[in-house]
Design a protein. Sequence first.
Length: 165
Amino acid sequence: MLKILDAVDALNERLAMVVRWLALVMVLIQFAVVIVRYVFGVNSIAAQESVLYLHAAFFMLGAGYTLLVDKHVRVDVFSSRLNARARAWIDVVGHVVFLMPSMAVLLFWSWTSVVNSWAIFEGPISVGGLKAVYLMKSLIPLFCMLLLLQSLAHVVRFLIGHARP
């Protein structure tokens, strides 16, 4: 069981290594878009959309890792006064009651849209843009699956008493 949980963690850690580079690529492309537009007067919708695509990939592929390293946004108004064990139980309840069901619903309701987008190889958002909306939409179920897996790994580790170091 621990090997499977470690594999889920490793998957999100490896994706995080890729995603870190996406951030750099995104910044460099945006810098180039601004320079080319304001210095040379040339505009590229495709280049601008590539920043949008990279931004989507950055956040959707990095969400599982963010959950893994416990750097996600949370409101600690009530739990900040509790001991570590009580906060851990609140996390587990949050995973089971809120995160997992919301990711399952999003996965279910987005699936048809993604399949339809692939069926027609959905074109650009704007005229002259990237002809790969279907790829960006594919990030939605991937995002859901990565978060579901990482959430499940967190809950199982808690329940069997093997918290991640």
